[in-house]
Design a protein around this ligand. Structure first.
Ligand code: KIV
Length: 276
């Protein structure tokens, strides 16, 4: 970005939880991306990304593994420190990796403290069972994002990367879990790979919960994609909910700007192409 453009832009304030809630209330879409290092964190932040997620997807896109399961707490903390150095405005959240929070709320608190010390402002954990853990963390000052639908840490138990909540019973269960997590104090919910109608229902039933979709349609507070997927550098076939913004030309910075603009203008996700 040129110095002139930068100088004439209204000053951007750091994104806070209050700001995210205000965006939800005002109907301004939230653009989130994963980030794993300082350079891409800065580029995404400069492009106007509202939230950066240090996802345990790093096990796949950074480490070259086939799942998120082997990722450790120290590895996530390392990437949080890198991203925290690059970020200027975006809200920074990080995944609690598999095996670092399921045993007890106390274990979850110890792991969250490691990520908070590394620079995370919010921790994300997977599963509909976790309301008690969320309440325990929130009461102790940790800001929590829950994750429902396709939860990659338990993808094997879910039968692989498949759309979740398709039948009525599964949809009702997910909606109940979302309500319990919101009641327990989760401020944000990532909904992955669920029908758009179910994501819309969850957002409507929990109007103060910042619902971020990935393969969940556009009727939620915002969108997240894995950085490498949206830049088109991930090997192999992409799920249908991914749009390859990198292929559209102009380099990384323009791809990031196009992503933010598409989320804000509601042209991504597209109902017929990226939605179930
Ligand atoms: O680990 C990750 O990148 C995630 C996103 C897919 C939401 O959890």
């Amino acid at each position: 970005m040129s110095a002139l453009v930068e100088a004439t832009r209204p000053e951007r304030k750091p994104v806070s939880l209050l700001r995210l809630r205000a965006m939800l209330a005002a109907g301004e879409k939230i653009a989130m991306l994963t980030a794993y290092d300082a350079a891409f964190a800065r580029a995404a932040d400069d492009a106007g990304v509202d939230c950066l997620l240090v996802g345990d997807s790093l096990g796949m896109v950074v480490q070259g593994g086939s799942s998120t399961v082997p990722v450790t707490l120290d590895e996530v903390a390392y990437h949080v420190r890198c991203v925290a150095r690059g970020r200027r405005h975006a809200w920074l959240l990080a995944d609690l990796p598999f095996g670092t929070y399921e045993e007890s709320p106390e274990q979850a608190l110890r792991s969250s403290a490691v990520l908070a010390r590394a620079g995370a402002q919010m921790v994300k954990l997977e599963g509909g069972w976790a309301a008690e853990t969320v309440r325990f963390l929130v009461e102790r000052g940790i800001v929590v994002c829950a994750h429902l639908g396709l939860t990659p840490q338990s993808a094997s138990a879910l039968g692989g990367y498949r759309v979740q909540g398709r039948d009525e019973a599964a949809a009702d269960r997910l909606a109940r879990e979302a309500r319990a997590l919101a009641d327990a104090g989760a401020a944000m919910l990532v909904l992955e790979l669920v029908p758009a109608a179910l994501a819309r229902r969850v957002q409507q039933e929990n109007p103060a919960l910042v619902v971020i979709g990935i393969g969940a349609g556009g009727d939620v507070a915002g969108q997240v994609l894995v950085l490498h997927d949206m830049l088109g550098v991930t090997a192999g076939p992409m799920p249908r909910f991914v749009r390859d913004f990198g292929r559209e030309g102009g380099g990384v910075h323009q791809a990031l700007q196009r992503y933010v603009a598409a989320v804000k203008e509601r042209s991504f996700p597209e109902a017929t192409q990226h939605t179930y």
